[in-house]
Design a protein around this ligand. Sequence first.
Ligand SMILES: Cc1cc2nc3c(=O)[nH]c(=O)nc-3n(C[C@H](O)[C@H](O)[C@H](O)COP(=O)(O)OP(=O)(O)OC[C@H]3O[C@@H](n4cnc5c(N)ncnc54)[C@H](O)[C@@H]3O)c2cc1C
Length: 252
Amino acid sequence: MKVKLINYTRDGERLIAQAGKLCYSPVGVDEIMEDLDDASIEKFVKMLMKLGHYSPLEHVSFTFAAEGVSRTLTHQLVRHRLASYSQQSQRYVKLDKFEYIIPPAIEENKKAKKIFLEAMEADNIAYKQITEELFAKYYNQLLEKGVSEKKAKSDAEKNAIEDARYVFPNACETKIVFTMNARTLLHFFEVRSCNRAQWEIRNMAIEMIKCVKDIYPSLFVNAGPGCTHGECPEGNMTCGKIIEVREFFKNI
Ligand SMILES: Cc1cc2nc3c(=O)[nH]c(=O)nc-3n(C[C@H](O)[C@H](O)[C@H](O)COP(=O)(O)OP(=O)(O)OC[C@H]3O[C@@H](n4cnc5c(N)ncnc54)[C@H](O)[C@@H]3O)c2cc1C
């Protein structure tokens, strides 16, 4: 898995403090820029977080790019509606062979790994054979309709790939670019870096925390699952490792 922060709002904590200052002080747009040194910015950001006044956080956004992740992961990621996504198309990017992610538990188990690899190989063969089969069918149909050979070839290939990709497994590797504002990001970390989250998206959430924590320390000082800044929200489903979890997130 590779996760990179490819862009973000510069001077984001200052921007959050400016938006917050406009809410709480009798100032106009010219004055919100004044008297905001590093110490007062930190104070403002911490105060807003403590009050739960999160809307100023929405002015600051972060764009990540991820590759070497599975469709299982991205299916969960895109459930977060307050974000923007651009994912590599399985329709327009032609693959001779799809890549796939092997879960660590399968990687470590010789028998499970053998079955898994055989299933991936069978899927890859099926993808290739279905593509070839459908290509021939679509190509002939298009030629019969009088479409030029060049166009028929390209359209038939596109149509064949579009249908053949239905055999792709959840393990299929994918690439995605996504943007979240700071408020959404903190919420994402709360639910997805928790021990109860699925391992792959949890690993990605941890990598994302590492990307942003040093850039905006006041904003992300408590970034992590809910239990890093309050009681465990999981109730009976708690992992029971609150001390270790808090320690882990304090040190990343
Ligand atoms: C451990 C775990 C297990 C899960 N298991 C399942 C499962 O079995 N099945 C399943 O379908 N999903 C499951 N999910 C996904 C989960 O239900 C959410 O869809 C996903 O985490 C996105 O969260 P969200 O809606 O809070 O995020 P976002 O869509 O980013 O929304 C952020 C916040 O905005 C508010 N909001 C957004 N849209 C609305 C709206 N339409 N109405 C009101 N408020 C809104 C809510 O406060 C929400 O928390 C699981 C998630 C986790 C972390």
